[in-house]
Design a protein around this ligand. Structure first.
Ligand code: ATP
Ligand code: MG
Length: 399
């Protein structure tokens, strides 16, 4: 039996010049966490790719399943290790494709080892000719039933017949930290996912109005964080009581400004937590025009409440596009559980759609902003979430 190995090709990180080693090491680290308990043997950096070396009893399906969720991977393949000579490659390729049902094929060689005696087209021709002679199948370069991939790299020679697309993006952690304002809704988990996809580590901040809202709404947020933690292996969730602030806003300010004032208070508190976490931006699930608080005028007023940039990865997306992504990342079912969110409380029938900063600031003069912020900060709770993968759980034979 030929030795099996996963070859992992990464996306943009190949072109990052001097930073490349940094990116690769982060990806290797993330893979170690993602693959914990699958019984893989070793992860090796070789030129331009990673190899996941396997044991007899490695859980191959589980490894594939988890690789699909690791950011920074463009594609991955379960490959067979052959030898760096054309005769071995020919006979090993034949052995592999004989197990498949096909009429046409092509050979697709990548040769990173430039001193191998044959060029890539020569290898394609040598192996292709051999396979035609021994199977009766014919070559179709444009639309083959089967592609036989060959990679010659460093001291290795690999053969594989299919590859899977990865999640793309950058390895989580290479882009620094962000603080995501996570509601229990559909949008903010998708916004978190997009930021993690671009290599950011997300710290989560949730504002709750318990006991005015259902305790289950807190469980729902924790469930969402748990789900998102699959992509970054460790998460921190800050739970901030918000009801005292809402009450003050309701009593002392005009109803049409409530949502904007809620949001500005959230930004102030989230910013304090972000700075504490060395996060460099705040993130929300806002999308232009989706609701009254998300008009350009209101976004401008909300932005003024924080110094850190407020990133809105969903700003240009339609609700149905966001929902589609929520399904894809698996957060939708949890997000639509029908529990009250704090912002549904005391929301007026006609919220302002274009608040002016002057009017908002005048309204805020009636609030003890600092005292309210300090009081909320004093009651903040933190929860840690770790990767759901435990050791040995997925070994095929754990004997
Ligand atoms: P979502 O589906 O993310 O809840 P939404 O369409 O309900 O978004 P809003 O309720 O206006 O929109 O919230 C806009 C953004 O403000 C959210 O995406 C989220 O980033 C933030 N936000 C709202 N409520 C909370 C909360 N209770 N805790 C933390 N962040 C919140
Ligand atoms: Mg919401």
């Amino acid at each position: 039996m030929m030795r099996k190995v996963f070859i992992v090709h990464y996306s943009e990180i190949g072109v990052k010049g001097k930073n490349r080693a940094f990116f690769e090491k982060r990806l290797v680290n993330n893979l170690r966490k993602a693959l914990r308990g699958t019984g893989y043997a070793h992860i090796r950096r070789i030129s331009g790719r990673l190899l996941i070396e396997l044991e007899e009893n490695s859980a191959l399906d589980e490894i594939q399943h988890r690789l699909a969720k690791v950011f920074g991977i463009s594609n991955y393949a379960l490959a067979y290790a052959s030898q760096q000579n054309i005769n071995n490659l020919q006979s090993d390729a034949l052995r592999l494709i004989q197990e498949c049902d096909f009429q046409t094929f092509k050979v697709d060689t990548k040769r990173s080892k430039k001193d191998f005696p044959l060029t890539s087209p020569e290898i394609n021709a040598e192996i292709g000719g051999y396979l035609v002679a021994n199977t009766g199948a014919s070559v179709d370069l444009a639309n083959p039933d089967l592609t036989c991939f060959i990679e010659i790299v460093e001291k290795y020679a690999f053969i594989y017949l299919s590859k899977s697309g990865g999640s793309g993006g950058l390895p989580v952690g290479v882009s620094g930290r962000v603080a995501v304002l996570l509601s229990g809704g559909i949008d903010s988990p998708v916004a978190s996912w997009l930021m993690m996809k671009r290599g950011a580590t997300a710290v989560f901040v949730h504002f709750y109005s318990y006991p005015y809202t259902d305790i289950a709404s807190l469980e729902k947020v924790k469930e969402l964080v748990k789900l998102l933690t699959v992509h970054q292996y460790h998460s921190r969730l800050y739970l901030v009581p918000f009801i005292a602030i809402q009450k003050e806003i309701v009593v002392h300010t005009p109803p049409d400004l409530r949502v904007i004032l809620y949001r500005r208070m959230m930004m102030r508190i989230a910013e304090i937590l972000a700075l504490k976490e060395k996060a460099q931006a705040l993130v929300t699930g806002e999308s232009l025009g989706q609701v009254a608080s998300q008009t350009l005028a209101n976004i401008r007023v909300i932005d003024e409440s924080a110094q850190l940039p407020i990133l809105r990865p969903l700003i240009g997306q339609d609700k149905n596009e966001i929902i589609e992504q929520a399904h894809r990342i698996g957060s939708y079912k949890t997000s639509v559980l029908p529990y009250n969110d704090c912002c549904a409380l005391f929301v007026p029938k006609h919220p302002a759609t274009s608040a002016s900063l002057d009017i908002v600031k005048t309204a805020e003069e009636n609030l003890e902003i600092n005292a309210l912020t300090v009081e909320a900060m004093n009651q903040v709770e933190v929860q840690e979430f770790t990767s759901p993968y435990t050791t040995n759980r997925c070994m095929r034979n754990s004997s």
